[in-house]
Design a protein around this ligand. Sequence first.
Ligand SMILES: Cc1cc2nc3c(=O)[nH]c(=O)nc-3n(C[C@H](O)[C@H](O)[C@H](O)COP(=O)(O)O)c2cc1C
Length: 137
Amino acid sequence: MKVIVIFESTRGRTKAMAQAICEGVKAKGKECELVDAKEFNGIEGACALAVGSSTRMKRTLPKVKQILAEMSELNGIPTAAFGSFGWSGEAPDEIAKGLVGKGGKMIGEPLKVKDYPNEEQLAACSKLGEDLADACG
Ligand SMILES: Cc1cc2nc3c(=O)[nH]c(=O)nc-3n(C[C@H](O)[C@H](O)[C@H](O)COP(=O)(O)O)c2cc1C
């Protein structure tokens, strides 16, 4: 069983958050699969799931939106939402709503970072990864 971290990112900022989340998962001795939304291929074998997108025109980026719309029932697995933003940051909240709608159990609040994540913010991402790994049991 592994934690799957799916991200869509235009300039690498949300990707940096996703990488830090995976570092946290691995620090807890669990496997982490980092998946670019463009290459998404299902969530088989996931004991927990994190989904991230930056915000564009107040919305989630299209690949992540599509993945959420088509996602199978999550049956209470631990989930988290994250993303970088510039000024309004709607995407992580929208993702969280989608995950809860599919039956995911949210771990923490949606994690939002303005622009590129700094050291402290990357540490918060890593901590989220640790929490997801712990929630996997
Ligand atoms: C065309 C365009 C539209 C954007 N619209 C929003 C927006 O509505 N709200 C917001 O908070 N940020 C908006 N942004 C800013 C991005 O979310 C921000 O640059 C973010 O750090 C990009 O992260 P990424 O590299 O992971 O894609 C927009 C950026 C672009 C280029």
